[in-house]
Design a protein around this ligand. Structure first.
Ligand SMILES: [Zn+2]
Length: 542
């Protein structure tokens, strides 16, 4: 503890290691079968979380259809599996082109509908498919996409830069570089379909990853309009397929790519038409988020979040010993244990100025669906939600001297983090792989994309005991041997001291938000600034 700051640091209630161990041991036991949503393990898991929230003195955060308080929020989902896939045919060139499903292209529907058909839809090359008003960049400027199919480059215009100084932060991935963004924007533009051109280097994974993740079931949250505001079909094409299509239009992919990297690029209609179709098998299901509340003392209608996903993979591929339970001890019984510990600590400290919400979300492993559903249907208004802390997979081992921030310096939360780091004597380590866009791939992102700033902070690898060698060894063991495998199991021998430090950090970050009157915003050039400004302005107007 640094002497200069220790006397100024606010008191932090003790982190209950016994509670954390008990929570991890219970949730990751074989009896809980890996916490697959919709399985017999779900009610057991929900009960275990509710029991801990009750013991901590939280209130049920939601209101049921009967008007009574409830701990649960229903999360209705739809799973869509495509079958009877036609080829992708392209007409309008000298001769028709035909491409095979799986090996040449993949496509799926975001609409809940039994049959998908794209018929004679005009192809338009839209560069990176980005509309970023805060950067003065719009690849769709002056083009009406109704009825048309967008052909889109993967990543963003300056991904190949070494540093992070470009308009799209150079090597660092922005949301505009994520494939999910490209489909969302194509839908906002009213496009009939969107096809992303796969390219291994900027995508950071090979075609087989695209092929396998798009050939099976796709999971969505149910919406009132069954996805009618989405495109009819979304998909990917192999790079040689895109080259062949552009050649048929008398264009060159390399030349168009270069043009698309320049500000002021204009989308290029290709004079070709796309056709494809497939059937969809639809299964509807229901899972649950758990919502606990500690009401605030002076501003109870303003909210600060702690979030952690409770679900894991359930029964999975057996290992050599025949163990087929992916227990998910680190991922993410540790995060739920932190949630329980934070609830207890927050209650012990007495109410903060603002209300604190403890949210255990479901279906993270199926694509952030529990947090997505909450963010689409917030129990507490997002415009009244100041920010929060997401917790996913706390490493075993000793405390670290540093913390790693996922996503970089995106918002005014950075100043709060720096204050708490100084208080705890922690330094900040740069993110290992800023080009992978991890900020856009965990539950905090469901809130961030709707404007709510969220901390995504992890313990660094420079450990107090054993330094970087020990930290890297723990991280490699987890990534290579345990992550998403039956071996992600709890052991009584676990060193919990690092996790306790993490919880202390999360406590302080949440408490800083909950006791202040600040409304930390995204930095002016950030991709989520505009949506936050809009929601805060609407709140003020009320
Ligand atoms: Zn996780």
């Amino acid at each position: 503890m640094p002497l200069a700051t220790s006397h100024a640091a606010p008191a932090v209630p003790p982190v209950d290691e016994t509670l954390m161990r008990d929570t991890i041991r219970t949730l990751s036991s074989d009896e809980f079968e890996g916490r697959g949503p919709g399985t017999a393990a779900e009610p057991k898991t929900l009960d275990a979380i509710i029991a801990r929230f009750k013991a901590a003195g939280l209130q049920p955060g939601n209101t049921g259809p009967d008007g009574k308080p409830t701990w649960l929020q229903d999360v209705p989902t739809a799973t869509i599996t495509g079958t009877n896939r036609s080829p992708l045919t392209i007409t309008g060139g000298a001769e028709a082109l035909t491409f095979k499903p799986s090996s040449d292209f993949v496509a799926g529907s975001y609409r809940i509908t039994p049959h998908t058909e794209v018929k004679d839809s005009e192809l338009v090359f839209v560069g990176y498919g980005i509309n970023a008003p805060e950067l003065g960049w719009n690849d769709y400027a002056g083009i009406d996409m109704k009825g048309k199919t967008a052909v889109i480059l993967v990543n963003d215009p300056d991904y190949a830069m070494d540093g992070e100084d470009g308009l799209f932060r150079g090597r660092r991935m922005t949301y505009y570089g994520r494939w999910t963004y490209k489909f969302e924007e194509a839908a906002r533009q009213g496009a009939t379909a969107a096809l992303i051109i796969h390219d291994t280097f900027p995508a950071a994974y090979g075609w087989q990853v695209v092929e396998s993740s798009w050939s099976g079931a796709q999971h969505f949250v149910q919406t009132a309009n069954d996805g009618a505001d989405q495109t009819i079909a979304n998909g990917w094409v192999q790079k040689p397929v895109a080259e062949a299509i552009l050649k048929a239009a008398g264009k060159d992919l390399a030349a168009l790519t270069a043009a698309a990297q320049t500000k002021g690029f204009k989308a290029v209609p290709l004079g070709l038409k796309a056709n494809l179709s497939f059937d969809n098998t639809i299964e509807k299901a229901n899972s649950h988020n758990v919502v606990g509340l500690l009401p605030g003392k002076t501003r109870p209608d303003e909210y600060v979040l702690y979030t952690a996903h409770w679900d894991h993979l359930g029964r999975c591929k057996p290992d050599a010993s025949g163990d087929d339970i992916c227990n998910g001890a680190v991922d993410n019984a540790t995060g739920v244990a932190a949630l329980a510990a934070l609830a207890k600590m927050s209650r012990m400290a007495g109410p903060a100025a603002r209300s604190q919400v403890f949210l255990a979300v479901t279906l993270e492993e199926s694509g952030l669906l529990g947090s997505e559903y909450y963010a689409q249907n917030p129990v507490f208004p997002l415009a009244k939600t100041v920010g929060g802390v997401n917790m996913d997979a706390l490493p075993v081992g000793s405390p670290a001297k540093d913390v790693t921030v996922t996503g970089g310096d995106k918002s005014e939360l950075t100043a709060i983090l720096h204050k708490v780091e100084a208080e705890m004597g922690l330094s900040e380590a740069p993110e290992d792989h800023p080009e992978r866009g991890y900020y856009y791939r965990s539950d905090h992102f469901s809130f961030a994309k709707r404007g709510v700033p969220m901390f995504a902070v992890e313990r660094g690898t420079d450990l107090v005991v054993g330094g970087k060698a020990a930290g890297t060894a723990i991280s490699d063991d987890y990534t290579n041997v345990r992550y998403h495998q039956p071996s992600d199991e709890y052991e009584e021998s676990w060193d919990m001291s690092g996790m306790k430090q993490d919880v202390k950090l999360f406590y302080r970050l949440g408490r800083e938000l909950a006791d202040s009157a600040l409304w930390p915003n995204w930095h002016p050039n950030d991709e989520f600034r505009a949506i936050r400004d809009k929601s805060l302005a609407e709140t003020k107007g009320k």
